[in-house]
Design a protein around this ligand. Structure first.
Ligand SMILES: NC(=O)c1ccc[n+]([C@@H]2O[C@H](COP(=O)([O-])OP(=O)(O)OC[C@H]3O[C@@H](n4cnc5c(N)ncnc54)[C@H](OP(=O)(O)O)[C@@H]3O)[C@@H](O)[C@H]2O)c1
Length: 331
């Protein structure tokens, strides 16, 4: 494929930011957008230069001039759209959290593999140039053995039961929205843990407001992680090894630089700002994977997505939060 024709599903807050970054993606163009409302689709198409505006999700799934769909609905509305799109053979970039449930994530991954369709979670952090540099340094042995990851991500969000961040039917709660970043970051640098402990509190709507997580590995490695909708926190991260530390400054999920401190050495600032708003890199990854005919991203593989989803839902369950996929999505 010479050029990847993208379709956007769910023209909300994040879709606008990602669409604005499309200009930084070679061999790609915004071809179509779909909303539950024809008017919202048309407004988005006009603003971002999409050629076609669809007034239903079904219409974009069936659009023959779309190669890849970006799913930007709330989390419980990813699953049904992803399954319909895979059935139609469309490649997918699916916003984080990938789904609302583990069963939903497993079903989407199984369908993608059975149909031979490319699917990737939109975990943009992994593609930030500064995070890529951190990963390279770790792989080159700059930290020795990585023993500990710390990360926090909290916002001060006024409680509103109708806001998707607090509404149970929209997959609300800190864990799936922000916790996904700290958990995915830890999993990226440490792998899948052997156990998980969590302490947290709930909002009046029954979703998680804040949580402290401990990921434990049988050999003594660990990750200590915080997430919150109740109070802001710096949003920094560090990867600590036997021979050094990498500090990822706020906000660590889209940093412009990292600092390497080798044991006994001076801090080395490594600047690597993102292109555009930082969403360009995940779009470039999918576009390049599709052009090269790769079945999956090696940076954000589906096994990692499943591992992270299992941890998120285990933490939610332990806090008493039971997520569900939305079976009523019209697609
Ligand atoms: N990577 C990031 O930095 C980042 C940042 C924010 C959010 N996200 C992720 O992106 C997804 C969407 O978040 P957002 O903040 O953009 O949400 P949003 O502003 O509420 O937009 C979501 C869109 O989904 C569509 N939708 C479909 N079913 C819906 C339903 N039952 N209720 C409400 N909207 C529904 C709506 O569009 P139509 O009705 O017009 O079809 C809506 O505009 C979430 O999974 C979130 O975690 C990622």
């Amino acid at each position: 494929m010479d050029e990847i024709r993208w379709g956007f599903v769910g023209p909300g807050r994040i879709a606008r930011l990602v669409a604005a970054d499309m200009q930084h993606v070679p061999h790609a163009r915004l071809s179509a957008v779909a909303s539950r409302s024809p008017q919202r689709a048309q407004e988005f198409a006009r603003e971002f230069g999409a050629e076609r505006a669809h007034g239903s999700y079904r219409a974009i799934v069936e659009d023959p001039d779309v190669d890849a769909l970006y799913i930007a609905t709330p989390h419980p509305q990813h699953h049904a759209i992803a399954l319909a799109a895979i059935e139609a053979g469309k490649a997918l970039l699916v916003e984080k959290a990938f789904t609302a449930t583990v069963a939903g994530a497993e079903e989407v991954v199984a369908a993608a593999r059975a149909r031979g369709v490319f699917v990737m979670e939109a975990m943009w952090t992994r593609f930030q140039p500064a995070v890529v540099r951190a990963r390279e340094l770790v792989e080159q042995g700059a930290l020795g053995q990585v023993r500990l990851v710390q990360a926090d991500l909290g916002v001060d969000k006024a409680f509103d039961p109708a806001d998707r961040l607090f509404a149970a039917e929209l997959g609300g709660g800190a864990m799936l929205d922000l916790g996904v970043y700290v958990v995915s970051f830890a999993q990226h640098f440490l792998g899948v843990p052997d156990r998980l402990e969590v302490v947290g509190s709930l909002a009046p709507t029954g979703v998680d407001l804040e949580a402290a997580l401990l990921l434990g590995y049988d050999d003594g490695r660990a990750a200590t992680l915080l997430t919150s909708l109740r109070q802001p926190s710096p949003g920094s991260a560090r990867v600590i090894g036997t021979e050094g530390v990498i500090e990822v400054p706020p906000r660590f999920h889209h940093p412009h630089a990292v600092t390497l401190v080798r044991r006994g050495g001076e801090p080395e600032l490594i600047e690597a700002p993102p292109l555009g708003g930082g969403y360009s890199h995940e779009l470039i990854e999918v576009t390049e994977c599709l052009r090269a005919g790769r079945p999956e991203s090696s940076v954000m593989p589906l096994e990692d997505t499943l591992a992270v989803q299992r941890l998120l839902n285990e933490a939610c369950e332990k806090l008493g939060v039971h997520h569900r996929e939305d079976a009523t999505v019209e697609v």
